[in-house]
Write a protein that binds this ligand. Sequence first.
Ligand code: SF4
Ligand code: SF4
Length: 345
Amino acid sequence: MSLSLTNGALNEVFETLSRHYRIMAPVRIVGGGRFSDTDNIQYGEVSTAEEIVWEEKSHFSPKEVIAPITQTLFQFHEGQLITSSVDRRKILLFMRPCDIHGLRQLDNMFLKNGDNEDFYYKRLREKVKVAMFECKTGWDSCFCVSMNTHETSDYDIACRFSESGADIHFQCNELREAFAEHGTESNFKPEFIKENQFTLKLPESTGLSAQEIRDRTIGHPLFDEYDRRCVECGRCTTSCGTCSCYSVNDVHYTENANFGERQRIWSSCIIPGFSDMAGGHSYRQRSGERLRYRLLHKMVDHKERFGDHMCVGCGRCDDRCPQYISFSNMVSKVTTALEETQHAE
Ligand code: SF4
Ligand code: SF4
């Protein structure tokens, strides 16, 4: 079933829904961008349809809604541990198709990666209803079609926004009932992008196994240029919807170390020291080595374990890098280098 709603009607629904839902969508932070007079587009709670930025790519992904940048895990008061509280409301999360695929990769990392489910991720994830919004043209850094993440049916509602309102397709009875009296029936079905501005040739196209790809890229000189170019800022990983690593810190409320809280904070394999081991041993000391590690995790290792790529082709890492390092270019270079090793055999 599908409905057409005006912005006024959507806002009435949002007002009612907000008693039980946090409605989370890309919003514009005016003046919050990386240069003066530039905006930032990131996820925030909305109360009206007009606040949703649907016509531009968000700079940050929806992951910060269910895996927040800083998250208090528990408080400690002498010998007592108190689990942090969480907003009781469910979450209606507006996402593009690629980011919905990214949510599946986050589920893999937090819920299926070993024997333990991550309690703090799960308690937010279980609240999420997915509101997909169409993405029919993409942007110049997108390669979702190459990653097969441009389409999805994994949503509760699907939307096509316009200046005056939205068409919505429902796959969730609860949400359909919430919207039903506010719209008129339509025959809307969501559409998806068919082609990006470029096609990415993936390392797997060489037919080499994951282990062969790892063996043939370790120490490869193509990564040397990144030792000089990468400034290890981590912007590629903070903007990525599927990077899920964090550091854990204790924050003490007073000089008494027995009172405080334990937090986790986004971090990543790109940051020097993140992977250091006891005794100060570090496997990847150069940024080129760290970028190779990230690339293989996104394009090879995750697929070996979970069956599909971690990277969903959103292109945000390319958009955000201050050094204009292109992840998709790096993937192309790796594929070409692997082909060269095959030709030399
Ligand atoms: S394109 Fe970059 S930011 Fe987007 S999912 Fe892939 S690695 Fe992450
Ligand atoms: S955003 Fe660019 S410079 Fe910063 S860590 Fe990532 S690749 Fe390096």
